[in-house]
Design a protein around this ligand. Structure first.
Ligand code: HSE
Length: 305
């Protein structure tokens, strides 16, 4: 059997939507899986972020695929995996979510499932990832509110203003999601919860109504951002500087960081340089990249054989 899968990376939380709001991005992971007539594992990686992907059994696409097969009592065949990865790894851009989605799709197809249900894919991937926001966006595409309900994930797609452009400021400083979750306090103040609830409601309403005017207020957060900004020297100042850019609709930390994401109506070539200089002053190199929302979620084809 030959399988080809394409999965978008994602930005999650979008400020107040901790663990429940995500948006697919136009940086993609491509995976080809071929079942071999003999035992063995061959993994080849390519693309701009290939060097960060393991080529042994700890590769996340392979480890997920194996988990899916074993859960169903299926012995893995020999496999050849080829990947092209354009999603920066450990930068808060959904690389692990995309790898897990690709592994779940490949595993289910190898088990002989022909028609894959996107809600089931999301639930299985979310159970592996531990939170549903990135995988729901990667599976469904667009902006998605993901609510975990008794082992399922209820996904609601929201429209995205068609002209929205995004700028990513990506520090050259990996932060694992595990590390970025471990530093969060186990309890939060009620007033901070109310602060976030008001902004989450405003953000969903702004997207649903196509009204970008309140985005700056609506992407504020008091649950996770300040703890994560503190993990990289200069990151809080860089975020403040992005918010001051003319034409900036909103800016926040992407997922668990350290990437900062800023939203503009038009992509200004100069934007982000002042923020990058602030990071550089703290000895942190970074790069600026433009991004667009990705309307399509994961796609796959397979040839039996
Ligand atoms: N919602 C998750 C978090 C995203 O903020 O930890 C991790 O990429």
């Amino acid at each position: 059997m030959k399988i080809a899968i394409e999965v978008p990376g994602s930005t999650s939380n979008l400020g107040p939507g901790f663990d429940c709001l995500g948006m697919a991005l136009d940086a993609l992971l491509h995976v080809e899986v071929e079942a071999l007539p003999h035992r063995g594992l061959e993994i080849r990686v390519g693309g701009p972020h290939a060097h960060d992907l393991p080529t042994q059994s700890d590769n996340l696409v392979y480890a997920t695929l194996l988990r899916v097969l074993r859960r169903r009592g299926v012995e893995p065949p020999g496999l050849r995996l080829r990947m092209q990865n354009a999603i920066p790894v450990a930068r808060g851009l959904g690389s692990s979510g995309a790898a897990i989605v690709a592994g779940v799709v490949a595993g289910r197809l190898l088990c002989g499932e022909a028609a894959l249900d996107r809600d089931e894919l999301t639930a299985e991937a979310a159970a592996i990832e531990g939170h549903p926001d990135n995988v729901a966006a990667s599976v469904h595409g667009g902006a998605v509110v993901a609510a975990s309900v008794d082992g399922h994930v209820h996904s609601t797609r929201l429209p995205i203003p068609p002209d929205l452009r995004m700028l990513l400021l990506i520090p050259d400083h990996p932060v694992s999601t595990q590390e970025a979750r471990a530093i969060l306090p186990p309890q939060v103040a009620l007033e901070d919860v109310v602060f976030n609830l008001a902004r989450m409601g405003s953000l969903c309403a702004a997207l649903a109504l196509g009204d970008p005017h309140s985005l700056k207020m609506a992407m504020q957060d008091r649950l996770h951002s300040r703890h994560r900004l503190a993990l990289v020297p200069g990151l809080a100042e860089a975020l403040e500087s992005l918010l001051q850019e003319s034409g900036c609709r909103a800016a926040t930390i992407s997922g668990s960081g350290p990437t900062l994401i800023a939203f503009f109506d038009e992509y200004p070539a100069h934007a982000g340089r002042a923020a990058a200089r602030l990071l550089q002053r703290h000895g942190v190199r970074s790069r600026i990249q433009s991004a667009r929302p990705r309307a399509h979620g994961a796609r796959w084809t397979h040839e039996p054989g």
